[in-house]
Design a protein around this ligand. Structure first.
Ligand code: SF4
Ligand code: ZN
Length: 266
C-alpha cells in the first residue's frame, strides 16, 4: 500500500479506528525516515461533536509528533454542516440522509486537503466491518459498480485524485478497539448527532449476527468481492472519468455529486 518514501496523509476523525491507524502508521513510519505522515481532519462544522474530536486528534498528533492539518466545510462550501442541514430542512430537500450528504462532501474535502499538502497517498481507517457493510449497502442500493471503485488501493485514475489506501480493510473493528484500549489511546467515543444510517445499522447488525454464528464470514465476503472485482472493474472502466463542468474536480458525471448537492443547499 505504501512506498518507503511516500508522503502519507491520514484521514483522522478522532474515533478509535482512525486514531489507532495513526498510532500504527506512526510506529511503522519511524523505521522509514524518508516517509512523511500528516493527519488530516475534516471539520464539518457539527456543534458539540467535531470540536471535541479536533481536540483529541490534536492531542494525539502532538504526542506522536505528527503534523495536523484541518479543512472545513465552511471554508470549502460556504456553510457548516449544521447550516446545510437547516437549509435543506427549510427547503424540504431531505431526499437523502445527512450522512449521504456529509459522506460526499467529506470525500471531496479529504482529497482537496491531501492534494494541498502534496500527499502521495491518502490513508483512511475503513475496517473489515466498514468494508463488508459497504459491499452489502451497494448491493441493497443497486449500485454494484461502486464495489469496483471502492477498493483497498484505488487506481491512479486522475491527476487530481490522490490515491487512497485502506490499511485496516482486513482488520475487524473489534481488534482496532482492542488495540486502542490496550495501548491506552485517547479517542472520541461520542457518536455524531446526525448518525442515522438506518440501512447501514441493519447491515452491521446482520453481519455481526452472522459472524457470531459463522466465524470468519466477514473475511469470506471481503475475499469473494476481491475475486470478482477485476470483472466489475472491466465494466466500470467503460464509464470513464472527466472533470466537473462547475468545479473542475474529477467525476464520472457532467456535474459532480458535490455540485449537485450544493445546488440543493444554496
Ligand atoms: Fe458525517 Fe454521518 Fe459521519 Fe456524522 S456520522 S460525521 S453526518 S458521515
Ligand atoms: Zn463539481
Amino acid at each position: 500500500m505504501f512506498k518507503f518514501d511516500d508522503k502519507i496523509a491520514v484521514a483522522v476523525s478522532g474515533g478509535k479506528d482512525s486514531i489507532s491507524l495513526l498510532h500504527i502508521l506512526a510506529k511503522i513510519e519511524r523505521k522509514h525516515p524518508k516517509a512523511r505522515l500528516t493527519a488530516i481532519t475534516v471539520d464539518e462544522g457539527i456543534k458539540g461533536y467535531r470540536d471535541e474530536a479536533l481536540r483529541i486528534t490534536a492531542e494525539n498528533c502532538k504526542k506522536l509528533d505528527i503534523e495536523h492539518v484541518t479543512i472545513s466545510f465552511k471554508e470549502l462550501f460556504g456553510y457548516t454542516f449544521d447550516q446545510m442541514i437547516r437549509r435543506l430542512k427549510r427547503k424540504s430537500h431531505e431526499e437523502e440522509t445527512p450522512c449521504a450528504y456529509c459522506g460526499v462532501l467529506r470525500r471531496k474535502a479529504l482529497n482537496m486537503a491531501a492534494r494541498r499538502i502534496k500527499a502521495d497517498k491518502l490513508a483512511t481507517a475503513h475496517t473489515l466491518d466498514d468494508e463488508t457493510q459497504t459491499i452489502l449497502l451497494n448491493i441493497f442500493h443497486g449500485d454494484v459498480m461502486r464495489i469496483a471503485k471502492e477498493k483497498p488501493v484505488t487506481d491512479e485514475v486522475h491527476p487530481k485524485l490522490v490515491q487512497r489506501t485502506k490499511p485496516l480493510c482486513e482488520i475487524p473493528e473489534r481488534e482496532t478497539s482492542l488495540y486502542a484500549y490496550i495501548k491506552g489511546i485517547k479517542f472520541q467515543s461520542k457518536p455524531c448527532p446526525y448518525a442515522s444510517e438506518a440501512l447501514r445499522n441493519d447491515a452491521r447488525a446482520m453481519l455481526n449476527r452472522m459472524e457470531e454464528r459463522h466465524s470468519g464470514i466477514k473475511f469470506t465476503i471481503f475475499r469473494s468481492i476481491e475475486k470478482i472485482r477485476p470483472a466489475l472493474e472491466e465494466m466500470a472502466r467503460k464509464e470513464g472519468l472527466g472533470e466537473c463542468s462547475e468545479c473542475g474536480e474529477p467525476t464520472t458525471d457532467k456535474i459532480c455529486r458535490t455540485c449537485q448537492m450544493r445546488k440543493q443547499i444554496d
